[in-house]
Design a protein around this ligand. Structure first.
Ligand SMILES: [Zn+2]
Ligand SMILES: [Zn+2]
Length: 409
């Protein structure tokens, strides 16, 4: 009996408390007073950001970050030796052979990496593999061998587990072809870059660009990179041809080409540049590279380049887009500037003086980013003659210049 009585009392207490809350709430509404809410995530002025690295003491290196050799079961006529010999002959600076890890049960270390032909005198070879999972594909880039098997083993675990292993392995993880059949189904919070240009066929990347802009707009400083995802080489004899052999002359090493501004000619510097975003993508190795700079104090000297993140000072900034390399002299290039995911402005540049400058004022509180896409004639790539038409006049694109992005995001 005592217990029932006590419970009765408790229920009455709860009832009167609820009634009081409702009455106070109603009277607040009646006087037009909403309960005050302050978002802990609202933009505030950031503390000092790390200084921008040198704009002049590095080296531009070109390469391909998504390649399959015959260690992938869906590749053909494409041994490691053939990929490397081709890369050397065209003058690539680095490549990453990213074979499907599921074809060897996660053991890329005892397949691709121990291949006796996995060596080059002139091309930097990154260690990596394509993490091929039920929830999508991602590439790993590393300057040295790492325990890929551990990443493979957790592929069906929750993101919090995967993220922890990724951290322990100290690797660069990149989302591959994020939209489509094998879309990237993991959190973008644990990746360092995203493949925004997969294969020579540019038009199929529209959704990848959209995802990239969404991630950038939501405060994620995520590097955009390319990758040919090529699987098929030229057969040594006609009878070795397969139904996919036609791809060998349309999509191969360098379609597209990813350029990195590295502090040195080392595999570690390539991975670091990929992580920090000093990266642009061109349709092929002979097509000019899109460089994006900004002069923050308008003293005529550029202070930052794509990938760099600075504090906005509320004053106008001068931006410079520069096409470097083999611009086609009598041609016109269309430079589209994207600001915070939206079209900002369009400019024309000619092949003789391929530079565009414009001014804008990034907001002092809150994030802003600018990136550019350049359309125009794509230079011939004689070694892969079927590739140019597939790029649909997309010459190249830059990574963003960042203002007020929180480095501790
Ligand atoms: Zn894939
Ligand atoms: Zn692939």
């Amino acid at each position: 009996m005592k217990t029932i009585k006590n419970n009765k009392g408790r229920f009455a207490g709860i009832f009167y408390t609820c009634l009081l809350i409702i009455i106070i709430g109603a009277s607040n509404m009646a006087f037009g007073q909403q309960p005050t809410h302050i978002s802990p995530w609202a933009p505030v002025e950031l503390g000092p950001l790390p200084p921008v690295a040198s704009l002049t003491s590095g080296v531009w290196l070109k390469g391909d970050l998504h390649l399959h050799s015959d260690h992938s079961k869906d590749a053909s006529n494409n041994p490691v030796a053939k990929i490397i010999a081709f890369s050397e002959s065209v003058g690539f600076d680095y490549i990453c052979i990213t074979d499907h890890d599921n074809h060897v049960h996660g053991d890329v270390a005892h397949n691709t990496w121990v291949d006796p032909d996995f060596k080059s005198k002139s091309v930097l070879l990154l260690y990596g593999g394509e993490w091929t999972t039920t929830r999508g594909h991602g590439n790993v880039f590393s300057s040295k061998p790492y325990d890929h098997q551990r990443l493979y083993d957790v592929k069906d675990q929750r993101d919090i587990v995967v993220g922890e292993i990724k951290k322990q392995l100290d690797i660069h993880l990149s989302a591959n072809h994020p939209s489509g059949k094998d879309h990237f189904g993991y959190s973008y919070d644990m990746v360092n870059s995203i493949e925004v240009w997969n294969s020579a066929v540019w038009p199929k990347n529209a959704n990848a660009i959209m995802i990239w802009d969404d991630m950038l707009s939501s405060g994620r400083k995520l590097t955009g990179r390319g990758g040919s995802d090529s699987h098929h080489g030229v057969p040594d004899s006609p009878e070795k041809a397969t139904k996919n052999t036609y791809q060998a002359k349309a999509n191969y090493v360098g379609t597209p080409t990813t350029w990195v501004y590295a502090a040195a000619r080392t595999t570690q510097a390539v991975v670091d540049a990929l992580t920090n975003g000093r990266v642009c993508i061109s349709a092929n190795p002979y097509t000019p590279r899109v460089e994006l700079y900004a002069d923050i104090d308008q003293d005529g000297k550029m202070d930052m380049m794509m990938g760099d993140n600075v504090k906005a000072n509320g004053k106008p900034v001068k931006f410079r887009v520069q096409l470097t390399g083999n611009t086609i002299r009598d041609s016109v290039y269309t430079v589209n500037v994207i600001k915070n995911g939206n079209p900002f402005n369009t400019f024309q540049a000619n092949g003789k003086t391929p530079v565009v400058e414009f001014t804008d004022t990034p907001q002092q509180i809150g994030r802003t980013y600018y990136r550019v896409e350049v359309q125009g004639p794509v230079n011939p790539y004689p070694e892969i003659p079927g590739s140019m038409a597939l790029s649909a006049r997309m010459v190249g694109l830059s990574n963003p210049l960042y203002f007020n992005f929180d480095p501790n995001f």
